[in-house]
Design a protein around this ligand. Structure first.
Ligand SMILES: [Zn+2]
Ligand SMILES: [Zn+2]
Length: 183
C-alpha cells in the first residue's frame, strides 16, 4: 500500500507550502456510510527551523455518502484539519519505552522524507460525523409507509415526531392492521 510522503530534502527553512494529491487507497478508510474517492488532496503549510518541522494543513477527500435519515446517496466532501510537529534530532529517535509515543514525533536531521499517512488517516477519521445527514433539516422516511418526506407528505405523516414515538406508532399500526385482517 502506498504512503503519503512529504519530501524533506528540498524543503527550505522558514515557511513553505506543499500540495500532495494521493490515491485514497493508501489511507485504508472504511465506513458503511461512505465511499471514498481519489484523489486525497493534502494542502500543507510547513514551518521548518533548526529545532522542528511544524505542519498544519487541510485534507480533502471526495465521497459518496448515505443519509442516515432518508437513505439517499449524495456526493460530498470530507475535510479535516491536520496539525503535527516533528522535533529534529541528530540521531535516531529515543528508544526508551516510556517515550515510545513521543518517538513518532521525532525526525532525524538527515531523514529524506516524512511519512504522514498515519496522521492524515487519523485526522480524517476523527472528523467524520457520527451520523451522516444529507441536510440538517432532512425529514427522513415515513416509518409507516416509507415515503421520502423531503419529497412529499404522505397520509400518515401526522405521526412524525420523536423517532422513539414513531417506532411505537409503527408497532401500534402493525397491531391494528393485524386485527383488521382478522375481523
Ligand atoms: Zn436525508
Ligand atoms: Zn407514511
Amino acid at each position: 500500500m502506498s504512503r503519503i510522503l512529504l519530501e524533506l530534502r528540498d524543503l527550505p527553512n522558514g515557511t513553505s507550502t506543499r500540495s500532495l494529491s494521493e490515491d485514497v487507497e493508501s489511507l485504508d478508510l472504511h465506513r458503511d456510510e461512505y465511499v471514498f474517492f481519489s484523489p486525497v488532496q493534502v494542502d500543507l503549510e510547513i514551518n521548518k527551523s533548526e529545532q522542528d518541522i511544524a505542519i498544519t494543513g487541510v485534507v480533502t477527500v471526495p465521497v459518496q455518502a448515505e443519509c442516515a435519515r432518508c437513505l439517499r446517496l449524495f456526493a460530498d466532501e470530507v475535510k479535516a484539519g491536520l496539525e503535527v510537529r516533528y522535533f529534529r534530532t541528530p540521531g535516531d529517535p529515543p528508544t526508551d519505552p516510556d517515550s515510545a509515543g513521543d518517538a513518532l514525533y521525532h525526525v532525524r536531521y538527515d531523514e529524506p522524507r516524512l511519512d504522514l499517512t498515519g496522521e492524515i488517516r487519523q485526522a480524517l477519521l476523527v472528523s467524520l460525523p457520527i451520523r451522516v445527514l444529507c441536510d440538517s433539516g432532512c425529514r427522513g422516511l415515513c416509518p409507516t409507509c416509507g415515503a421520502d418526506l423531503n419529497e412529499s407528505d404522505c397520509s400518515c405523516s401526522r405521526k412524525q415526531g420523536h423517532p422513539a414515538w414513531s417506532a411505537l406508532e409503527k408497532l401500534k399500526d402493525g397491531h391494528e392492521s393485524g386485527q383488521a385482517v382478522e375481523e
